[in-house]
Design a protein around this ligand. Sequence first.
Ligand SMILES: Nc1ncnc2c1ncn2[C@@H]1O[C@H](COP(=O)(O)OS(=O)(=O)O)[C@@H](OP(=O)(O)O)[C@H]1O
Length: 320
Amino acid sequence: MRDIIPTLPKERGWMFEHLLQYNGFWFTPTSILDGVIFLQHHFKPRPTDIFLATSPKTGSTWFKALIFATMNRTNFELSNHPLLTTGPHGLFPFLDTYIFQNDHYQDSISSLKSLPSPRLFSTHVPYSMFPDSATDASSGCRFVYICRNPKDVFVSMWFFVNKSRTKEVSPMSLEEAFELFCRGVSPYGPYWDHVLGYWKASLESPNKILFLKYEDMKNDPVVHVRRLAEFIGKPFSAEEERNGAVEEIIRLCSFENLSNLEINKNGAERFSPEIAVDKSNFFRKGQVGDWKNYLTEEMAKRIDQISDDKLYGSGLKFGT
Ligand SMILES: Nc1ncnc2c1ncn2[C@@H]1O[C@H](COP(=O)(O)OS(=O)(=O)O)[C@@H](OP(=O)(O)O)[C@H]1O
């Protein structure tokens, strides 16, 4: 499979020199692309697997914390919760770079096999690129997908790459990045196609894919954490509700709490030999509508127009 890499369409990268287009989406060579190809051809899903799927900068860090804290809430006291010492990205495996936590494919396969069920994974991989054995209605695997307003996603991504990019990549102006994003050339982009893949699948199989919006979680976290808990098969009991368990999880995973923990302020998260990101870069502002501080009226209109065109007839509207 790797033989095809030199033949793939190539564009300017955001964090690394290039992005390569594979199966209609743009990926970073070689780390991410290798991981995606591994997933397509070697990953064996289990019916109990749960995937937290996101496009980059849509709230992955936040939802990693939320889903882990919800799923494991009876296993830990708040005072010794893993989130206080591990940080959201270390809680459960990121599937896209899983092969780099191990020496080669065979080790990754064995190590995936040894994980206890139910396995929880995070991923940025588009829905269409998952093996059929995971996406078939009969497979049992479930996906939680997070969508965010593309204007905030773009601004978040631009700040992130300007802090995290490697030395060989020259700084990218907001305008240059904007052009690439609008053309769909962004990590795991086109953003709109990524969202629509999961959206359409969630309409076809609502019991298989829970489609959530960053903005809705911000507006009414209690309702959405309850939905998340029900979807992963861990609904809050009446007693937990009375004891404020939902609110406790929301507080634990809040931007204010997580961004102020020592574990999230210092050091780097290493995803692969090439990709290491300062942990603090995963926390910027955590707000809805920050795009207003960076995009001109014309830029906002252009993204809105693309969204109108792409989402036309889908029934999906981005949060604002
Ligand atoms: N706890 C919490 N609550 C709300 N928002 C949060 C939280 N943690 C991180 N963030 C904000 O999410 C943005 C980063 O997105 P991701 O976590 O998807 O990034 S990544 O894909 O893992 O690189 C980025 O958004 P911006 O602030 O708009 O840049 C982070 O600040």
